[in-house]
Design a protein around this ligand. Structure first.
Ligand code: FES
Ligand code: FES
Length: 178
């Protein structure tokens, strides 16, 4: 039996120590927001946080997560109120959505490390793959969540309730705490 703390809840799981953490999160614990994509640590769909650091859980043995603090998309907030989640919604980032839980956790980790990232910081940190090509919107949403005031010009279509510029009607920032 291994003991895991996922989203603040302790779980005892009867699995082989080398089983990938992703399998345990989805199949044993039943949290299916974390997705399987490539299975070889390339796409990032399976990203979770272990002690606040992004980890590709498809290639991370569950034994390495024992006694660590694991956070999945379900545990980021209870009401999708994280600034990154709010910016994602305001800019209508997801398309099919499959990659997005991993993208959001990667973005949250970036903003913890670099609260006001440049485009270069974002491009270097956001290495998760999106088959739908939502990269421009993700970059703009990260700028919005960070409150940098940049990146909005690359967005063509808006949805959601961002604070609109009086002249253009284009949201310039979110009314959120940083
Ligand atoms: S499923 Fe883990 S990186 Fe692709
Ligand atoms: S939104 Fe479809 S793969 Fe990223």
């Amino acid at each position: 039996m291994l003991s895991l703390n996922v989203n603040g809840v302790n779980h005892r799981v009867d699995v082989e120590p080398e089983m990938p953490l992703l399998w345990v999160i989805r199949e044993q614990i039943g949290l299916t927001g974390t997705k399987f994509g490539c299975g070889i640590a390339q796409c990032g769909a399976c990203t979770v946080h272990v002690n606040g650091e992004p980890v590709r859980s498809c290639s991370f043995p569950v034994s390495n997560a024992v006694n660590q603090k694991i956070t999945t998309i379900e545990g980021l907030t209870s009401d999708s109120s994280h600034p990154v989640q709010m910016a994602w919604k305001a800019l209508d980032v997801p398309q099919c959505g499959y990659c997005q839980s991993g993208q959001i956790l990667a973005a949250v980790s970036l903003l913890k490390r670099i609260p006001k990232p440049t485009d270069k910081d974002i491009d270097e940190a956001m290495t998760n793959i999106c088959r739908c090509g939502s990269y421009q919107r993700m970059r703009a949403a990260i700028h919005m969540a960070a409150g940098t005031g940049k990146g909005i010009g690359s967005i063509i279509h808006f949805a959601g309730s961002g604070v609109a510029n009086a002249k253009t009607g284009i949201p310039t920032d979110l009314d959120i705490d940083h």
